[in-house]
Write a protein that binds this ligand. Structure first.
Ligand code: NAG
Length: 314
């Protein structure tokens, strides 16, 4: 809010600048000049939560790596091992991050995608398939729904390759590009074993997405070298493609192995993972909203059941 002051008030806001030394020495000294306040600006610091309370929707999409380098899901050494008694690395990462994010996603319906698998019936390789088998409606109900669809996909698809990120990033970006009023923000969680095959296309996709209301979280599972992921993270050097730099940093990478608790306390490791994964999201979100001049909508008044009843009675 900018305030301009009316002329007649200006004389009250005029201050003399006095140099005490000069004043002491010279009798004729009045002042060394005056300072007048002509206008001032009041800016309110708004937070991530102010936007959420005001109704900005978080669209949280999950993308899971179904490439063969993860190992055969029937084998205990596989990152996709289907163990009825314990979550595998994908399951843990999904649950840890998803359960926190779902609190900010009002409808709790999550589109979930897979990439790098051969799909039935014809065995074609797909880099953006719906985990629930329904491309028209890829939504899963809550994180439990995503887990269920993930396990069902593991049983029906064939792990293959290569590991392409660009298709899922562009998939979410297409939706993010249609939101131009700050009413929605998109978070894509990619869980992968890390050996990325389409680095150039992925960088191009990230540079394009950096203009959109969108953030990307990459969780790397397994023992691979994650140098390429660190590069995409852009904390040290801003991601660029063909001479164009990303408008802002939108990627957060975390290696899951750093969070595996040696004592086997999975609850602890999941909580730590979620905390670090989500650390940069509010700043990335606010940077976008501020740069576009989107202010949070005022929060609706708290819901009061009695007031509502009274109104309908009248
Ligand atoms: C959320 O994003 C996904 C793409 O990842 C899209 O399928 C879905 O329609 C979006 N939901 C809304 C409400 O825009």
């Amino acid at each position: 809010m900018e305030c301009r002051l009316p002329e007649e008030k200006l004389k009250d806001l005029k201050a003399e600048v006095i140099n005490a030394k000069k004043k002491g020495k010279k009798k004729k000294y009045v002042n060394s000049g005056t300072v007048t306040l002509l206008s001032f600006l009041v800016e309110t610091e708004v937070s991530f939560l102010d936007y959420i309370k005001g109704g900005t929707q978080i669209n949280f999409t999950v993308a899971i790596d179904f490439t063969a380098s993860n190992g055969n899901p029937a084998q205990p050494t596989s990152l996709h091992y289907m163990n009825p008694y314990q979550l595998n690395a994908y399951g843990m990462a999904l649950k840890a991050v998803g359960e926190i994010i779902q609190d900010y996603d009002s409808d709790k319906m999550f589109p979930a995608l897979g990439f790098g698998a051969k799909l039935p019936p014809d065995g074609r390789v797909c880099h953006e398939f719906a985990l629930n088998g329904n491309p028209q409606n890829p939504y899963c109900h809550g994180i439990d729904g995503v887990m269920e669809a993930y396990y069902r996909s593991l049983k029906s698809v064939q792990l293959y390759g290569p590991t392409n990120f660009a298709p899922v990033i562009n998939h979410v970006a297409r939706y993010a590009a249609s939101i131009k009023d700050g009413s929605q923000y998109f978070i894509l969680l990619i869980i992968t074993d890390g050996v990325i095959s389409d680095m150039a296309q992925t960088k191009e996709a990230i540079v394009n997405a950096s203009k959109l209301p969108m953030s990307i979280i990459i969780v790397g599972v397994g023992p691979a070298e994650f140098d390429a992921m660190v590069e995409l993270d852009g904390d040290e050097v801003r991601v660029s493609s063909r001479g164009r730099y990303a408008e802002r940093d939108i990627v957060q990478f975390v290696p899951f192995r750093d969070y595996i608790d040696r004592t086997g306390n999975h609850v602890l490791s999941m909580a730590r993972l979620a905390k670090d994964v989500l650390a940069e999201i509010p700043d990335q979100f606010l940077l976008y909203m501020r740069s576009r001049g989107f202010k949070p909508f005022p929060a609706p008044p708290p819901y009061t059941p009695t007031g509502h009843l009274l109104q309908t009675q009248i």
